[in-house]
Design a protein around this ligand. Structure first.
Ligand code: XMP
Length: 513
């Protein structure tokens, strides 16, 4: 088993960020519910426990509280923000409503440089606070190791039991040296090594896949996206030809997408690839459909039908592989005010048809997205796939507004390819969350040479985002926009106007639909 740090989730929007920071220290971390019994935790043999922040007050009715036996496990504990209040509640301190809500940047003054958390750090640290309640009396056995402008007990320690509490958030970027505080905890206090790397994970995962699958066959729906691609490369490394990848071309892919997948997986990796060109079927089903939700439904259903038929053609297999990631697996804590609990993963098309009787192989189940990319590089996948931007399951079906036809998809593919090509040439493509073209159902008059035209309009969408839930439009340099616009109107016959989308999310969405 990997050495691990277990994070008790009290509903902070940052819980997953804590887990990622720990893993960036090459230490495995897992997130469990705040009320996981101590006996269950002990089975995980954690080297350390972190109590996350959370939106509640420990004195509130229904406040999320841990099993008090966790304090007797003999394992180091770091309480962050609400986690400090939890110490106070169980170990005899006092928490009061702060007169001033401490929110935003602050300066932590290290009061005890001998404290293991601050090893190698300066005595003043910029930190990010976000809490209303604050500690006003220390729990038994604790002493003060840091203060801020608003709090005399901003960092506390019980060196004997190796319990630490910090009121700031070390996991966020606004605490620039916070990661070192976490590193000090996991390495210095908990004694974790640096064994969690994607290089090591490849070996571990290969063994696990072989043990799970034995001599049986596995089918995987390859979309060309990061997750299914990395899963395919990893499983192929483990079981070679026992894996069959099914790639469905729905006619709604971007330029060269189908070719890249065939090149990379078929020719380079020598994966058994079953290529299903279902373009005519999808386009037939989409004929006359203009309502966005209806389009999504048609595309989703058609995909399932095609995939199901394709699996039959692929021959008997016991397992279906999926690129499920850790954030899809974590049970979110249903605490009022916890935004993470409200965030649902997007309306996904192309998931597992419910009636298909396969056992699942999910070798990315414990990984975050950035780890999956790292793993992809480790497995030798090209940058083009590993750093691919998110692309909706229904593909160009949502980016061709109104009725979807082959002619319109071709127009959009040509325009989109220019946007992508120019953004790549300007070294901006991989720095933005998504950059693409949208084909509007609008035709207008133009003039090209001596000729009057009556053609379509393309909108350019380039957005910055962390997770797709909110987004801001990217300030693409004018010169580059000019180049893109000129190229599209010159090179793509049928488009005579290019506009730029200046809408953030909210109020807009990233896709137009
Ligand atoms: P919106 O348009 O809702 O999109 O702001 C948010 C993010 O989700 C992507 N998206 C999808 N992803 N299946 C997916 O896997 C889908 O059906 C789908 N629809 C939208 C979108 O590209 C953006 O990144």
């Amino acid at each position: 088993m990997n050495e691990q740090i277990v994070i008790l989730d009290f509903g902070s929007q940052y819980t997953q960020v804590i887990a990622r920071r720990i893993r960036e220290c090459s230490v495995y971390s897992t997130i469990v519910r705040f009320d996981t019994p101590a006996a269950e935790l002990a089975k995980l043999a954690p080297k350390g426990i972190i109590l996350s922040g959370g939106p509640s007050s420990v004195y509130a009715k229904d406040a999320p509280l841990p099993d008090k036996a966790i304090f007797k496990l003999g394992v180091p504990i770091l309480g962050i923000c609400y986690g400090v209040q939890v110490f106070a509640q169980f170990l005899g301190g006092r928490v009061e409503k702060g007169t001033k809500r401490e929110y935003g940047k602050g300066t932590l003054t290290v009061a005890d440089p001998a404290c293991a958390l601050f090893e190698g750090l300066p005595d003043k640290l910029q930190v990010w606070n976000s809490h209303g309640d604050k500690l006003t009396r220390l729990p038994k056995g604790f002493s003060v190791v840091g203060t801020t402008e608003n709090s005399d007990y901003a960092a506390i320690e019980d060196p004997h039991r190796r319990f630490f509490g910090i009121q700031f958030h070390p996991e966020v970027a606004h605490s620039p040296r916070g990661k070192e505080v976490l590193a000090n905890f996991v390495h210095g206090v908990c004694g974790c090594g640096k064994g969690w790397t994607m290089r090591n994970y490849v070996e571990q995962a290969v063994e696990e896949i072989r043990a799970q699958v034995g001599t049986e066959r596995v089918i995987l729906g390859l979309s060309g996206g990061v997750d299914s691609s990395v899963a395919a490369a990893l499983i192929h490394k483990a079981i070679g030809d026992q894996l069959t990848c099914i790639f469905v071309n729905n006619g709604l892919l971007r330029a060269r997408e189908a070719e890249v997948v065939q090149e990379v997986f078929g020719r380079n990796f020598k994966v058994k690839l079953q290529y299903e060109d279902a373009t005519p079927l999808f386009l037939r089903k989409l004929k006359g459909v203009t309502d966005p939700e209806k389009k999504r439904k048609v595309i989703g259903k058609t995909f399932i039908d095609v995939f199901q038929t394709a699996t039959k053609r692929a021959g008997k297999a016991k397992f279906l592989a999926q690129g499920t990631l850790y954030p899809d697996v974590i049970e979110s804590v249903p605490i009022a005010g916890n935004p993470a609990a409200m965030i649902k993963s997007h309306h996904n098309v192309g998931g597992l048809p419910k009636n298909m009787k396969f056992k699942l192989v999910e070798p990315l189940r414990c990984l975050f997205k950035d780890e999956v990319r790292q793993l992809g590089l480790e497995l030798g996948l090209p940058k083009e796939i590993v750093f691919r931007q998110p692309f909706p399951g229904p593909g160009l079906g949502v980016r061709v507004l109104g009725e979807v036809t082959k002619a319109k998809c071709d127009l959009l593919r040509a325009a989109d390819a220019i946007v992508v090509e120019e953004m790549k040439a300007a070294d901006l493509y991989y720095k933005t969350w998504q950059t693409f073209a949208v084909l509007l159902p609008v035709r207008s008059v133009g003039v090209q040479g001596d000729e009057r035209t009556y053609d379509y309009t393309v909108a350019i969408r380039a957005v910055e985002s962390q997770d797709g839930m909110t987004a801001d439009w990217v300030r693409v340099p004018y010169d580059l926009l000019e180049k893109i616009s000129t190229r599209i109107t010159n090179e793509v016959r049928g488009i005579n106007r290019v506009v730029l989308d200046l809408t953030s999310k909210p109020p807009g969405t990233i896709e137009w639909e």
